[in-house]
Write a protein that binds this ligand. Sequence first.
Ligand code: 6YU
Length: 499
Amino acid sequence: HGLDSQIVIVGCGISGIGAALKLTKHGFRNVRILEATGRSGGRIKTGRMGNNIIEIGANWIHGPSEANPVFCLSRQYSLLDPESLTQENQDLDIGGHPPWVPNWFSSSGRKLTPELMGPAVELFAELLEEGGEFSEQGGEPYSSVGEFIRAEVRQRAAERWQGDSPSCQSVRLSLISTLLKVECCVNGTHTLDTLGLGAFGLYKTLPGLDCTFPRGYEGLIYNLMKELPAGIVSYRRPVSCVHWQRVVRKGGREYPVVVECEDGERIPADHVILTVPLGYLKKHHGTLLSPPLPLHKLHSVQRMGFGTNNKIFVEFDQPWWDDDCEVIYLVWENESDLVDQVSDVERLWIKKLFGFTVLKPTERYGHVLCGWIAGHESEFMETLPEQDVTHSITHLIRRFTGNPTITPRRVLRSQWFHDPWTCGSYTYTATGTSLQDIHNLAEPLPQQGEQPLQVLFAGEATHPSFFSTVHGALLTGWREADRLISHYSTPSTFQPTRS
Ligand code: 6YU
């Protein structure tokens, strides 16, 4: 049946869309996407705050250069600013950390100087780089990135900063606590103590200065969707169970899989590509697959990390940061003990917010900041009424600027942990995980036998080096489409369609 085989894709995020496009362009005639929500895009989600466009999910193209398919497609669709397209920007190799102009504010209401903060910033960057080298060394001195950074900071700071005053040393160590919180956001983990050191170097960066979409990330989804055959997506159609290893007869044919939807519909299929987020799979694997996941796959689902990173957008009438400032760090002066989690989440959750990125250019956005907060503190923040979040943010900014009159015009936050179809933000390599776990997640079911490839797995969590990104997710959708294409192209399995 080759090109007539029934293929069901679960999830209409970038990986599901990518898989569907490749399959339909190759000539597969019976491809359907089942999407739980009323929209396409999944974790690519552009919203509005007043007249401004804001990204509720993915923000940047990480490493926008020739090897990044998201960059290439966005260029083709004319979605990017001219600066992002320059060879100079594509060639910049920033190792995942863009050289943003910082402002530092402290909890005693003073602005901290680059001279004071510089040595702490340098030390932290050095340790992040070293931390990424253990994955190729076949052994690591600590199990987590958090333990490694803390131990090395204590030792190197004592050596390097011994001539500086105690207060200077103390505020630099407090900045390290802030930078630990930044990394919690970048990696989408509650604390760096659960981020595996051995696997830290698995994540690979591409060259290119991270860029945004001037008219919103969803423009990419819109353009891709236009290329899909009409009507192949069924919205508000959550899948409740994928029954595989079955023999189901319909229309004179036998199918090995039945996809059961929450509304009771049962759809026979030859292949299902599952693109649900790892957070969703962790929570629902027991009911989503029947028979259940084989143990080695289940254990990898459980071992891999999936955490929360949320944004809090805040709009002001006037800026309280420098004209050229691109990122604002908040330094709690009592945090010289290198902490990245708070002791009392309900009372102190706001201390986990590391600071803000500045939405640029000002002519387009006005004075809007994007606050970043990861972990359990972020998950708690989601449960608060919006006015409580506004109150905490206002109080925080007044304290750090020493200006008791600053009042945000508007506040809006994301709530990824309580999104029932995502259950968090993105994947990280937790302590004890290795590349093998990602391979296990990506392995199709069954791999061999009479009816192979009944259930295939795509989505950001299944990419060995670009997990947690949009380009990683897209590549996994293409990978699973290619797997089916080559399955039907090999002579032993290819059966030409009769007309
Ligand atoms: C990137 C960035 N970015 C910020 C925030 C978030 C993410 N990412 P989808 O979830 O999209 O699709 C699945 C669909 O399935 C979905 O529509 C569901 O509704 C549906 N579904 C679920 N259950 C179902 C059911 N039962 N039945 C039917 N349908 C069902 N990526 O490139 N740049 O700036 C950010 C960011 C707040 C939440 C991001 C970013 C991650 C991407 O958004 C994400 O990977 C993809 O969109 C996922 O696509 P998908 O198709 O797999 O799933 C140095 C170093 C170290 C390590 N890493 C650091 C890298 C930095 C990571 N950066 C992230 C940062 C931000 C800010």
